[in-house]
Design a protein around this ligand. Sequence first.
Ligand code: 2P0
Length: 321
Amino acid sequence: MKESGRGQACANIALTKYWGKRPGTANAPATPSISLTLDPLRTETTVQMIDTADDQVVLNGVEATGRPKERIVWFLDIWRDKGLISGSVFVSSFNSFPTAAGLASSASGFAALTMALADLAQADLSRRELSRLARLGSGSAARSIFGGIAAMPLGDNPAARCVLEAEATPWTMVIAVVDAPEKTVGSTEGMERSRTASPYYRAWTALAKKDYATVLHGVMHRDFTRVGETMEANMYAMHGCMLATRPSLPYWSPGTLEVLQEAKVQRSKGLEAYATVDAGAHVALLCRHDDADAVADMLSLLMDRERVMICRPAGHAEIPA
Ligand code: 2P0
């Protein structure tokens, strides 16, 4: 074990969504998922052994308390229980993108922390093992261990795998950060509420398996239209399940619908981009690399240009040299 370690990882956005956990498991998903890992949505994390009774966590320069800290301490406990590290740890993590914007920071956050702890532990862990560990912190983090397009299957204790390297991935995501209040129900709680109180939950999990297979096949054959159409339909199905939850889980804002509508209009005019929305209000549009600027221009008619982010496929999470 070293005195300190470093890791970095990029966020990902799912093409088919993870929404639901198998009860009684450590983030074993109820739906398989596929995602694109995105540059420049990067998290860089440093960990250091400290001589204090408790762990210390600093996120974007601010000392963490409450739930965000508890989640990280719980994750460090897993590493200690496995004998990979020992003693108290100081964690410092920086996002290259605004966390407050509600973009997927738990995915890159737990993936970067996993890489930093692997560096600290000097443990000889395969990328699959790293992905499995990252999943214990946050389900979507398992996918951010890999660059390009990653797939997360079902299973008792699954790990993600890379299905298409970044260099071979011909698609870009253009993200529209829409005006929205901070969300009140996080993914962990929202998934559990949908599982127990959405009349569409079973239909959603059944459909998600079919969409996963379709998108996986589409990715393998670089069939953009099939991937895009299925991705968008999968997103609407997930939000249908969320909306039907009692009480309802509405994550969209008026700006979300505005972007969804405009993307549809532009598609009918020949700009082929497909939309997806996570457990939040922002919209990500998937397009071919060459159409990214046109998609960003289209979004700039609806919002300030600085709210539009062109995100290319990122590489694997890593321990920086
Ligand atoms: C996804 N989301 O596939 C889906 C789409 C949100 C909607 O993965 O409880 O933050 O930490 O495992 O990973 C968000 O879930 O949840 C998520 P936990 P996580 O990207």
